[in-house]
Write a protein that binds this ligand. Sequence first.
Ligand code: ASC
Length: 488
Amino acid sequence: MASFQGLQFELKLETPFLSNSLINSTLRESSFTGMESDSWELHGQMGLHLSHSVLSILEKPLITGSKLKRQEHTFTMDIMGCKDQQEVGLSSKPFRWIGEPQTLLINGRGQFNCSLSAHFSNTSTNACTLRGDEQCAPQILRVLPNRTYRLRIASITTLASLNLAVGNHKMVVVEADGNYVQPFEVEDMDIYSGESYSVLLITNQDQSKNYWISVGVRGRKPQTPQALTLLNYSPTSQSKLPILPPPITPTWNDYDHSKSFSNKIFAPMGSSKPPKNSDRQIILLNTQNYIDGYIKWAINNISLLLPSTPYLGSIKYSLKSAFDSKNPPENFANDYDVMKPPINPNSSNGNGVYMLGLNSTVDVILQNANALAVNVSEIHPWHLHGHNFWVLGYGEGKFSANKDEKKFNLRNPPLRNTVVIFPFGWTALRFVADNPGVWAFHCHIEPHLHMGMGVVFAQGVEHVNDIPDQALACGLTGKRFMKNTKQN
Ligand SMILES: O=C1O[C@H]([C@@H](O)CO)C(O)=C1O
């Protein structure tokens, strides 16, 4: 495990932009709590609010080194209420999509309605300039010339996939999701919701100038302006605007560009390798569907609807009626055409659990497909709780075990906890189910999770001794049940 896992605590910096969704997500997440793993994960943001996209550029870790406890349950937030509204829209007939973000925030700063805020704050006629209204002024990264900086970057967006570039500078990617990677140089980098990276930035450019860092949207037709941060070379004044324009994000649908970035990520020499073979292969087809006319996402034709009783208690205490006891499907119909909208778009809700053998090696093939509309297939960053996995490869079209397994990278696959599936493609990953508990595996795009795009894995729940009271506080494991079990 890499020694720099504390960056995610910096998410707290973004809390003014969170909504009451966090309270919901706290309850929701608690149903997944298992034993602590030593890989601290970036999933407090499961409940981040929906109307803005947020990117943190973290210059310094708050905590480094040691084993960290997952902290996402401890946030308390101000209440803004927008997520509830959005959830209502997503669960309505007719469906109301959340829409693209109005702005992107970098460390809480975005340029939205700047002239309006200037008017109210009465500080400047153009609040988007560096001397304008504080809220609208970009974050300033002040650097010394000829140094090497490590930027810790975490995307906690709700929807947007992002691309980041620093004007006139290259970056060297050295870490992804808390694991070192073989360093590689890039002009710009993609970062999907739930992912985190460290990049090295060498300040070797003209020190009498400042430079823009820009972030733009990928994979969805952009209706969101690029977000800007200023790279300020000391002792140059912060108010000196860069001569060069902000770097322009690659075209939103240039997927080859994104694939080329993902395909450069490898584990460094000496990292742990995946087991040579897996004990089980689970193929998960991602489709957009209807249930009673409501738009949903489904996995192997089941749209995840979480039960009211948290899984950990219901599995540990064998409460068989608490969730679907049937095993969810491990594959989909052979003749399903992933390049076309579903012939039968109807699906159903479910909450069954993939029961994994403790310490077994599991391969998951995430198979993307055409959504409901013709010629539409979207990016989905999938995030696994409680584990890292090795990314064995990506491919186009429908996964073919015979052909594609031969191409799996077992030599130096990167270890991650979030991985993207590209439109009309598949992504293969392998993990060892060695962390007793119940774990969500889901698309990190919050509205997609709300619409059912996730599955649940469980393993070794009998080894989870101290289930937190909060995880036993509702449904069939509510108060009365607890009282009885404690008495027995
Ligand atoms: O889940 C989604 O719903 C909309 C669209 O497919 C239906 O309006 C969209 O862009 C999504 O990503």
